[in-house]
Write a protein that binds this ligand. Structure first.
Ligand code: AMP
Ligand code: DBH
Length: 538
């Protein structure tokens, strides 16, 4: 039987995680199968077009798994899903999980460059995509992928409104004979925001992910009464697992899917389905705060808004209760593992000022200085972590793993934090070469490499510049023969990268500033972006 590569936890830690009951040796799909006896008839998930009970979600994912098995897809294979926020996302994810064919779930905003990189790394056997995405409006891109990656045997395209091969495959009853899965093995791949040239894949096992989901569900006290609005892109680790849709399923609750996190998409759904919980990035929360006071929709059912993905400012945090009438929960997580939550019974200061504390008492945290020495509580340092649901290595990236993990297997997230005596963390900055554009992560190197492909460009350095709404925007400093920003945007779009990765600003300069050791001095460039900002007028 083929097995998907991943870096295992050392046996003594694996033993501990089992003994402490974190690893249950159960498949990730148990989040739905466990509900069938008691909540089989309850709505599990609702989108703009349909509503599925737990029984239907289980049956449809079985049918689709049986269909794929009949096509020769088997345990140890890999797959790629690119769907919008629609019930088919969970049907497809669960079908592939049941088969033991590990999918990567691309964000809907991803384009050729990202999809090619995932296919290159995974050699998937299955593609499940939506014709609502510009890449799949016709067959051209799919054919290119099939030629380039002969591993692809089955492609199922969904059409949002009409019938589709995907819908036929899951609606048509077929008996599914489930293979024996090893919950220690890879269930699926998460996406890293990354800081390198190619987007790294994160292998997550059944055991580690299920633990993070169930423990998150318990921290957030979810029950079958709760209704969760999935407003962020469904594959993202936050709305999938913190506690996200999987946590809501594990509690027997209902997931309502919004097309996007805007107030115009979400407020009506909150009222209509009496939504109790949701998860937002800070810029979306800001829009909600602006629109809620004048909205005709009744938002009273909302009990908790989780906010994470990027740093939430204190002034915004303070407005949640007064303007939305619900509890704020800060969440600081990463697709690589570690997730921190403020707890409902934390005092107000910790809820407003910190990004929470880890899920597990076995989440080990080190805060270190540049030499790797531990710094005392309350002082800023780099965050290192390992634990029962934090990966020990990226997929097939031995070189990058050398620097991303220390010799004791601690993952270096690239975040600067302060730890308080209570265990809460405050995110104070970042050392990784990344821009966090309102929760959407941009690996500077990936976009710099694309820009270097332009004939006029000699050098490229992308840094974050402060932005009132998004927290950060991206600023590209370039050397070479000047090209207009419009032309550079067009060039990058032609390369097929997600729109959010296209720099917000471009500037040609004579030379990039260098540090004493001769590396591009991004700190100086960041200072330069602040100079560019208009001074606020009072
Ligand atoms: P990724 O590794 O792409 O899943 O992105 C995770 C990163 O997002 C973290 O390492 C942080 O840099 C950032 N992040 C997530 N949540 C928060 C938060 N609540 N506050 C500040 N930064 C955050
Ligand atoms: O930004 C993230 O990646 C993130 C934020 C909140 C995350 O992965 C999570 C919670 O699980």
């Amino acid at each position: 039987m083929k097995q998907i590569d991943f870096t295992p936890w050392p046996p003594e830690l694996a033993k501990r995680y089992r003994e402490k009951g974190y690893w249950q040796d159960r498949p990730l799909t148990s989040v739905i199968s466990d509900q069938l006896a008691q909540h089989g008839d309850k709505p599990a998930v609702i989108d703009a077009h349909r509503s599925l009970t737990y029984q239907e979600l289980e049956a449809y994912s079985d049918h689709l798994a049986a269909y794929l098995a009949a096509q020769g897809i088997q345990q140890g294979d890999t797959a790629l899903i690119q769907l919008a926020n629609q019930v088919e996302f969970y049907i497809s994810l669960f079908a592939l999980l049941k088969l033991g064919a590990a999918p990567v779930c691309a964000l809907f905003s991803h384009k050729q460059t990202e999809i090619n990189s995932y296919c290159e790394q995974l050699e998937p056997t299955v593609l499940i995509v939506s014709s609502a995405h510009e890449l799949y409006r016709d067959d051209a891109f799919i054919q290119t992928l099939q030629q380039q990656y002969p591993s692809i045997r089955t492609t199922l395209v969904d059409h949002p409104k009409g019938n589709s091969l995907l819908k036929q495959a899951y609606l048509q009853p077929r008996a599914f004979i489930a293979p024996d899965l090893n919950p220690e093995h890879v269930a699926f791949f998460q996406l890293s925001g990354g800081s390198t040239g190619t987007p790294k894949l994160i292998p997550r096992t059944h055991n580690d992910y299920l633990y993070s989901v169930v423990a998150s569900k318990d921290i957030c006290e979810l029950t079958e009464q709760h209704v969760y609005l999935c407003a962020l892109p469904a594959p993202h680790n936050f709305p999938l697992s913190s506690p996200g849709a999987l946590g809501v399923f594990a509690a027997g609750g209902t997931v309502v899917m919004a097309n996007d996190p805007s107030p115009s998409s979400c407020f009506q759904l909150i009222e209509r389905y009496q939504v109790t919980h949701t998860a937002l990035v800070p810029p979306a929360l800001q829009l909600w705060l602006q629109h809620a006071p004048k909205s005709a929709h009744n938002l009273q059912s909302l009990a908790v808004i989780q906010v994470g993905g990027a740093k939430l400012s204190l002034t915004i945090a303070e407005q949640v209760k007064p303007l939305l009438g619900c509890q704020l929960q800060q969440v600081f997580g990463m697709a690589e593992g570690l997730v921190n939550y403020t707890r409902y019974d934390d005092d107000l200061w910790h809820i407003l000022h910190t990004q929470g504390r880890p899920i597990s008492e076995d989440d080990q945290i080190k805060v270190v200085d540049e030499q790797g020495n531990l710094v005392p509580d309350g002082e800023e340092g780099r965050l290192l972590t390992r634990g029962p649901y934090t990966i020990r290595g990226y997929y097939r990236s031995p070189e990058h793993n050398q620097s991303a993990f220390d010799e004791h297997g601690f993952y270096s997230s690239g975040d600067l934090v302060k730890r308080l005596p209570s265990g809460h963390l405050i995110v104070t900055g970042r050392v990784k070469d990344q821009i966090n554009r309102g929760g959407e992560k941009i690996a500077a190197e990936e976009v710099e490499n694309l820009l270097l492909g332009h004939p006029n460009i000699q050098q490229a350095a992308i840094v974050a510049m402060p932005d009132a709404t998004l927290g950060e925007k991206s600023f590209a400093f370039l050397t070479g023969i000047p090209v207009k920003a419009l032309a550079l945007r067009k060039y990058l779009r032609e390369q097929g990268i997600a729109d959010y990765k296209v720099p917000d600003k471009f500037k040609f300069i004579d030379n990039l500033p260098l540090t004493p050791v001769g590396k591009v001095d991004k700190k100086q460039l960041r200072n330069e972006t602040e100079v560019q900002q208009p001074t606020p007028q009072f």
